[in-house]
Structures are given as structure tokens and as C-alpha cells.
Design a protein around this ligand. Sequence first.
Ligand code: NAD
Ligand code: UD1
Length: 339
Amino acid sequence: MPEILVTGGAGYIGSHTAAALAAAGYSPVVIDNLSNSRESVIARLEKLTGKKIPFYNADVRDGAALDAVFAKHSFSAAIHFAGLKAVGESVQQPLRYYEHNLTATMSLLAAMQKHGVKSLIFSSSATVYREDDEVPYIESGELGCSNPYGWTKLFSEQIIRDVCAANPGFSAVLLRYFNPIGADKSGLIGEEPQGVPNNLLPYVSQVAAGIRPRLSVFGNDYPTPDGTCIRDYIHVSDLARAHALALDFAANNAGAKAINIGTGRGYSVLEVVAAFEKASGVKIPFEITGRRAGDIPEYFANPALAREKLGFTAELGIEEMCRDAWRFEQNRKLFPEEK
Ligand code: NAD
Ligand code: UD1
């Protein structure tokens, strides 16, 4: 079975992708420094997939550590998730974000070149689109970011494009994720935010579980039908499956290609709350508070290119996203707390 390097594979999207790769006949090999995840995820992944998942506790920025892993395996491609991802923190600590995320991308590319690995799938984000782009966002839209985290994604995309241009035969798929939520249906892996969640779904789940008293809805005076912001939520298992399809595409197409991964359908904050209440049977107390700085009223994906190039269409709806997130939230307390 082809071996695939998964950096950040103990994290939220990386772990679901490792499971999707195993299901699609690949052998995922994980490198993760556990800065935002736990080692027990690997054991849970092995239980879920019924396969041994080689795991290296290492930092992707460490070239010598990467060399050792590349020497032990024969990778046909790499999928790069490892990085820092908190938007607000990136505004406070720009140098840390640029150093971390750009060094990680360059260190991985250098190891790939050195060891003759020529396909890369990169975790980019819808945040690379300019805020004033028309919705739905399309890959040919204007690019530009409003925070350092976003720029690390856009600069990484450019670095990868330049490496593709300099190395004929090198291929990369830059997957621009919209808002991943939910969890694997096994309930074994899911999103495990440390501290107070920044994102909507983990916060709603914790309110439902009684960990937090109520949700703050950040503004109901936006120009949307119910006044709350609209986003394109996608089930993380659908997103994970897109990576397996992107590997097939990269194997047959040299050069770099950016592709949106979303559903093409937006939901407002209040619609998500209602869907979660329905899926969980739990009432979510909330209050309307002020707008969160930097939020924009509405965006969602044009998903046509993913369909055309990858044969990818999201299959799971908001009901499944909320149901699976809730199942995982309830299971979470059963997992060992090693960190
Ligand atoms: P996550 O934090 O759950 O996963 C990232 C993993 O990488 C963690 O396990 C962390 O320990 C590890 N890591 C971080 N820096 C590392 C390093 N230098 N070396 C080795 N391991 C390192 O995040 P996620 O939500 O799974 O996101 C994965 C990727 O997708 C990130 O690059 C993120 O920016 C991108 N992305 C996420 C979202 C989202 O909403 N979750 C949206 C768009 C893009
Ligand atoms: C966030 C990231 C973005 C990333 C995207 C992908 C920020 C500012 N942006 O986007 O870079 O690409 O995730 O998943 O973190 N909300 C509440 N109350 C809460 C939390 C959120 O009302 O407690 C609202 C927000 O105002 C927003 C919506 O819920 O309208 C979704 O928020 P969130 O889950 O944080 O995602 P984004 O801000 O879209």
C-alpha cells in the first residue's frame, strides 16, 4: 500500500484524513509534535482503522528529524496539516506565526526534494480570499488576507507554486477548506480544542454538554436573513475524503492547483444552533453580544472545481455534522487525559 506522510496527523483534520487514507487503501505515517493534540489519538485511529499507524513525535521544522523519517519510509506523497491556526493569536504574535508556518512548509518541501517525493497536498483556507470578493468564492477570485494566519496560508501557497515551477514533475493540490465541523461517526476522533474554544461548533457542543453556560452569538445585525453570519460548514469526514481524491489528482497532474473544499451552501449561526438542538435534543442557551472583530457577514464556496477535478462532492449535511459532533463530545470524557 502506498505510504503517505501526514504532518499534523494527530490533529483534528489530520486524524480524520489518516482514517480516510486507510479506508482508501493508503498507509498513513504521522509526524506530529503534539503541540495541539494528544498521543492517544493515534491509538484511537488504530482502533478505528484496524491498521498500525506509524507515529513520530517530531517537529516538522526540524530538518534532521524529517530526514530520519523520510529515510525509514518510501512515501509516494505528503499531506501537510502541521501548523498554528488561531487567527486572533496570529494578530498578537505575527512573528511566531510567520516563523512557524512558513518554516514548516519550507522544511517539508526541502525534505521532499531531497528524498525525491513529488506530490504534496496542502491545507489552505478560504481565508485567502479577499473579504470583498463576491460569494460564492471561486478559485480565480481575488486573494488577500486580513490577519497574519491567513497570510501564512497565502505565502505557503506561493512557496509551493514556486517549487512546482522549479521542479517539473512536482505536483501540489492547495485545498482551500471552508468551515470543517463534526467528527468521525465512530465517535473515536473529533475536534479537541484546548481551553476555551474560538470556533462556533466546539463552543456549542460544550454548552450542550454543560461545560459552558451559554453561547455568545457574535452579532445579529449583519445584512443576512436572520442577522447572524453565514458560513459554509463541511463535515470533517467529507473534507478528509477530499484529500484521498486529491492524491489521485496529484499523481496524474504536474504543477500546483488550488481547489475549494466546501459544500456550496451556507448556514447562519442561528441555523447551526437550531440544527444542533435538533440533533442533540438539548436546548442551547445563547445571548446576542457584539460583533467579533474581523468577522464578515457571509461566505461560502463555489464547489464546482472540486467536482470537476477531484470528483468530490460533499455528502453529509448539517444534521450529520451536528449529530457526529455531539456523539464525540459525549465520548470525549472517556478518553485518557495524558496532556
Ligand atoms: P489542529 O491544531 O487540530 O492540527 C494541527 C496538528 O499539527 C496538531 O496535532 C499539532 O500538534 C500539529 N503541529 C503543529 N505544529 C507542528 C509542527 N511544527 N510540527 C509537527 N506538528 C505540528 O488543526 P486542524 O484544525 O486539524 O487544522 C489542520 C490544518 O488545516 C492547519 O494547517 C490549519 O491551518 C488548516 N485549516 C484548518 C481549518 C479549521 O477550521 N480547522 C480551516 C482551514 C485550514
Ligand atoms: C474561522 C477562522 C478562519 C478559518 C475558519 C475555518 C477566525 C476569526 N477565523 O472562521 O480563518 O478559515 O474558521 O474553519 O477564527 N461565532 C459565534 N459565537 C462563537 C463562535 C463563533 O457567534 O462563540 C460565530 C462567528 O461570529 C462566525 C461563525 O460563528 O460568524 C463561525 O465562526 P468560527 O467557527 O469561528 O469560524 P469563522 O470565523 O468562519
